[in-house]
Design a protein around this ligand. Structure first.
Ligand code: AMP
Length: 436
């Protein structure tokens, strides 16, 4: 299938060719035709699947390219709601890139920056408004925005918005939009009951699209766990980063921890920065821009700050700490292996995090390599890893692979005695057990 066959306007096709997009991703192939027909959409798609273009292309086609001749009102005709400032900024960038030959009038409004320039931009006139819910409510309250001409409403990462407690704000915003003649496209990684309820209340017979299983990550990502003692994690992280110059996104659990890590990495000569909720919007924007341009090659982030970050072809993600919630692992790893590219997801896992690792393996239903690194062997092996043998040379050579099936190892966890009775043979084994 090609973009031409989807019926998109030539100006959009030209922009897509310039972006280097050859063919639609599955979510685009499924969503664009229904969206062009003017149907409501309930689309299950994660970050990294091309979901932004799946809604931005039909939106731009509708607003600009469908040959409409009405005099343009100054008030917005489309509203995209996103959970985070970074995602809003990225959607804005994508809308501008795809709509480059269409004279798109788009603007973003989000908190953490001055409200005045946003008020001015709204006053000048805008067609596509991309907003986070909190700041949009501020504008509604001070009457600097008029949402009564919205034709298309897009809820991006709706599940995240609900997780972050935005449901009351969303409902309030919906109260300011026209009910009739409005098209709603809702994108969400999962269809939790709250999402279905929201859809039932505010959408008209939506077409349901589900292109990836919920809670799955790109198959092009290799997952690897390095077992290590908690107090050695920093040194191991440094060791890995010093031996691999690739652009890397590192996840820490706390804002303070992320800051500390970034400082330590910088002191060791790495070009690193931290991105988290306590940083000002300007600092966050700069850190992301520096990371994207390659000025820094390690970005240390917390979960909230990282939501929706779109970094092209990010080759490696390292979890310094495992997330408390297994779904966040999927979300973190969604930064790599995008659009068919290869990705590597490394997790430094201490004995205390065994339970978290088990949850992640259950959720992923995918193989995870377990390989300790020479010089960083844990004092207590992970129960999920029966061996915890050094498999990486101190020189930083590539670790040997010990791929395992999560279910097989779950079995061992349930019955540690069974594992004791069947010691692993020297030299290790691959995935297949050989007869003794
Ligand atoms: P998204 O899921 O919208 O965050 O998109 C993930 C990444 O895939 C972005 O970097 C897009 O630029 C890229 N992308 C989206 N659609 C395509 C396509 N059809 N072909 C190649 N890359 C794409």
């Amino acid at each position: 299938m090609s973009f031409e066959t989807l019926g998109l306007a030539p100006a959009l096709l030209r922009a897509l060719a310039e972006q280097g997009y050859d063919q639609p991703t599955p979510i685009q192939a499924a969503a664009i035709p229904a969206a062009l027909e003017g149907r409501d959409l309930l689309a299950g798609a994660q970050t990294g699947t091309g979901k932004t273009a799946a809604f931005a292309l039909p939106l731009l086609h509708r607003l600009y390219a469908a040959g409409r001749t009405t005099t343009q009102p100054k008030t917005p005709r489309a509203l995209v709601l996103t959970p985070t400032r970074e995602l809003a900024a990225q959607v804005h960038d994508s809308v501008r890139a795809y709509g480059k030959h269409l004279g798109v009038r788009a603007t973003t409004i989000f908190g953490g920056v001055g409200i005045k320039p946003q008020v001015d931009a709204l006053r000048r006139g805008v067609d596509v408004l991309i907003a986070t819910p909190g700041r949009l409510i501020d504008h509604i309250q001070q009457r600097s925005v008029n949402l009564s001409h919205i034709e298309v409403l897009i809820l991006d990462e709706a599940d995240r918005m609900l997780d972050m407690g935005f449901l009351p704000s969303i409902k309030r915003i919906l109260g300011h939009l026209p009910r009739q003649q409005r098209i709603t496209w809702l994108f969400s990684a999962t269809f939790a009951p709250e999402i279905k309820a929201l859809a039932g209340e505010f959408m008209r017979e939506p077409v349901e699209i589900q292109v990836a299983k919920p809670n799955s990550v790109a198959t092009t990502v290799t997952h690897r766990v390095h077992p290590v003692d908690a107090d050695k994690k920093r040194d191991l992280l440094l060791h890995l980063l010093q031996n691999d110059a690739r652009q890397t996104l590192v996840f820490g659990r706390t804002k303070h921890g992320a800051d500390k890590l970034a400082k330590i990495l910088e002191k060791s000569g790495l070009r690193a920065a931290a991105i988290h909720g306590n940083k000002s919007q300007n600092q966050r924007t700069r850190a992301l821009a520096d990371f994207k341009s390659g000025k820094i090659n390690v970005l240390v982030a917390t979960d909230i700050a990282a939501r929706g970050l779109d970094i092209d072809q990010l080759p490696m993600v390292i979890n310094h700490d495992l997330p408390m919630v297994a779904e966040d692992y999927v979300h973190r790893i969604g930064r790599t292996g995008r659009a068919g590219a290869e990705g590597l997801a490394i997790s430094l896992v201490s004995h205390e995090e065994e339970g978290l690792l088990r949850d992640i393996r259950r959720l992923l239903k995918q193989e995870i390599e377990i390989a300790s690194v020479a010089g960083f062997e844990p004092s207590r092996p992970l129960r999920a890893d029966g061996t915890a043998r050094p498999t990486q040379k101190p020189s930083g050579g590539r670790p040997q692979r010990h791929a395992r099936r999560p279910h097989a190892s779950n079995g061992n966890e349930a019955n540690p005695e069974a594992r004791k009775k069947k010691p692993r043979r020297r030299g290790g084994r691959g995935r297949q057990s050989r007869p003794a």
